[in-house]
Design a protein around this ligand. Structure first.
Ligand code: NAD
Ligand code: ZN
Ligand code: ZN
Length: 345
């Protein structure tokens, strides 16, 4: 089969011919129908593959949807051949206290036992077929379109999870700032608007992305630069926003978040841009809470699917074939993708 694989850290991935996978005990085999491209894949190409010591070559793609075509012993009674499913990505041991609470994304044993997500350690979904390690990661999508369902597994799940701990702060008098209106950000705006009565201020460096922000419901949009601090302060009577979601995470946006978050506000640093924040008395706003959420729970993903089935989340997608996948990654790197790029193998 054909797969887009990362071969060396620091190099662009390549489309290659690889062996067809076969499911062993407990595994499920999917014929991939859609795979979303996430900016984290760019981070993986840049430096994480080196730091994380991934076994290479590795097939990229951690936002996966497919049709179940086979399953190994143990998994077979748990799945239905022919069913259309999405893949829950942050795999865990399933047994530890964290997993027992549903937080497989923060499994105590995953790192020690080398349990890694597809596309971030294991072979992922940018291929014609993929293996899923356990049947429980296969979440039915019903009659959702695979292309718009794939980004739900991360681009929607991650902001949905982040919103859970900050939702109580977003009442009708509140402001939420969304920094970075890409794959995650354009869905975050929709989730905040649908699940809370807060006013949403979106910031981005690109006019096209700010236009998307308005299309998906942002109340105010501004260029992301140092002036944005005053703009947010003016809108919020000088107080700052109750909740800031940073979907970029570079030093520039971390510096903005530090100045825009209100006293007793929440600051969610979701982007993995490598920026660093300082903490200390008088450094952060009083009683401000800082979060660095990673992905979400399986329960969250079921909720996200339900929201999509009700038409609450509308994902803007650009569709690419496997042949054009590497080019799509270049567009993502250059900030040219509007919404989410999705491969259809
Ligand atoms: P994307 O490329 O689709 O979107 C990024 C957006 O940020 C673009 O609209 C771009 O124009 C904008 N941007 C760039 N520089 C900016 C700046 N200085 N100020 C404001 N906006 C700026 O990326 P994505 O796939 O949505 O991912 C967003 C970030 O979240 C990435 O860092 C990704 O690695 C990370 N991520 C984290 C998790 C997690 O679990 N924590 C999960 C998925 C993605
Ligand atoms: Zn991702
Ligand atoms: Zn666990």
């Amino acid at each position: 089969m054909r797969a887009i694989q990362l071969i060396e850290p620091g190099k662009w991935p390549e489309l290659r011919e690889v062996e067809d996978p076969t499911p062993s005990s407990g595994q499920v085999l999917l014929k991939v129908t859609a795979a979303g491209l996430c900016h984290s894949d760019i981070a993986v190409m840049d430096y994480y593959a080196q730091a994380a010591d991934y076994p290479l070559p590795m097939t990229l793609g951690h936002e996966c949807v497919g049709t179940i075509v086979d399953a190994g012993d143990g998994a077979r009674p748990l799945v239905t051949i022919g069913e259309s499913v999405m893949v829950y990505g942050p795999w865990g041991c399933g047994r530890c206290r964290m997993c027992a609470e549903g937080y497989e994304n923060y499994c105590y044993n995953a790192a020690a036992w080398n349990i890694t997500p597809p596309g971030l350690g294991h072979d992922g979904g940018c291929a014609e077929y993929m293996l899923v390690d356990r049947a429980r990661y296969c979440i039915p999508i019903g009659d959702l379109d695979p292309v718009s369902a794939a980004p739900l597994t991360d681009a929607a799940l991650t902001p949905y999870h982040a919103l859970q701990h900050s939702r109580d702060k977003l009442n009708a008098n509140s402001y939420a700032v969304v920094i970075g209106v890409g794959g995650l950000g354009h869905i975050a705006i929709q989730l905040i608007k649908h699940l809370t009565p807060a006013t949403v201020i979106a910031l981005d460096v690109s006019d096209a992305h700010l236009k998307l922000a308005r299309q998906v419901g942002a109340d105010f949009t501004f260029k992301s630069n140092q002036d944005a601090v005053q703009v947010v302060k003016d809108l919020t009577k000088g107080r700052g926003a109750e909740v800031v979601f940073d979907f970029v995470g570079i030093q520039d946006t971390i510096d903005l978040g530090a100045q825009m978050t209100k006293v007793r506000g929440d600051w969610n640093i979701v982007g993995v841009g490598g920026g660093k924040a300082s903490a200390g008395f008088g450094v952060l706003p009083y009683e401000c809470q800082v979060f660095s959420p990673y992905w979400g729970t399986r329960g969250d993903l079921y909720d996200v699917v339900a929201l999509a089935q009700r038409g609450v989340i509308r994902i803007h997608t650009e569709q690419y074939s496997l042949d054009d996948g590497v080019e799509a990654y270049h567009r993502l790197h250059d900030g040219e993708v509007i919404g989410r790029a999705v491969l259809v193998p």
